[in-house]
Design a protein around this ligand. Structure first.
Ligand SMILES: [Zn+2]
Length: 186
């Protein structure tokens, strides 16, 4: 599709710019735009002032299973699913909007960002390809990210079963995760 209208190209540049500002890696930009790799790199340099990092994305699905990442991933995916269920936004727009809402939740609760935009994007891909899914916690009813191939008859989430090493992050994490059940569109 080389004969694009100026308007659709402008829209693409706008989306890519937003993605770069939110911290997206080059691979994320490439799969969400028809702009050439050269133009994407140029845009990246213009916005960030440095070249995009090279190499493959290092992310495996296991990252989403460790304690803090699992809570952040679950929070994000609940926001995203809520947007899909109750609004008109779709695709990359839904991801950007969901990610911004996730960042807002962190700011409100004074928590550190754990899930990068690139990881959020990877998470959606893992869920679409049924490597990961969400299941409700048997205790709190919130939806949490799990391996799709595991069995989850009585899943207890990582908030209802906090490891002792979690220490002082416990309280603020609970505050953030309090949104998880409310955002459950089911
Ligand atoms: Zn729970």
């Amino acid at each position: 599709m080389r004969n694009k209208s100026i308007l659709s190209e402008a829209k693409e540049i706008q989306i890519v710019t937003e993605l770069i500002r939110l911290g997206a890696r080059l691979q994320v930009l490439e799969s969400n735009s028809n702009l050439s790799r050269e133009r994407l790199i140029k845009l990246y340099k213009e916005i960030k002032g440095v070249s995009p990092p090279k190499g493959m994305l290092p992310f495996s699905e296991d990252w989403f299973m460790s304690w803090q990442p699992n809570i952040h991933s679950s929070l994000f995916i609940n926001i995203y699913n809520y947007l899909i269920a109750y609004t008109e936004v779709r695709g990359i727009d839904a991801m950007i909007k969901g990610y911004k809402l996730y960042l807002e939740h962190l700011e409100l609760n004074q928590m550190e960002q754990t899930l990068s935009l690139t990881r959020a994007w990877t998470l959606i891909r893992f869920i679409r390809s049924q490597i990961l899914c969400t299941v409700p916690c048997n205790k709190c009813g919130g939806n949490f990210v799990v391996h799709a191939f595991d069995l989850h008859p009585n899943h207890v989430c990582k908030l209802c079963n906090i490891p002792s090493r979690a220490g002082k992050t416990k309280k603020t994490t609970r505050a953030v995760a309090a949104h998880i059940p409310q955002l459950d569109p089911a």
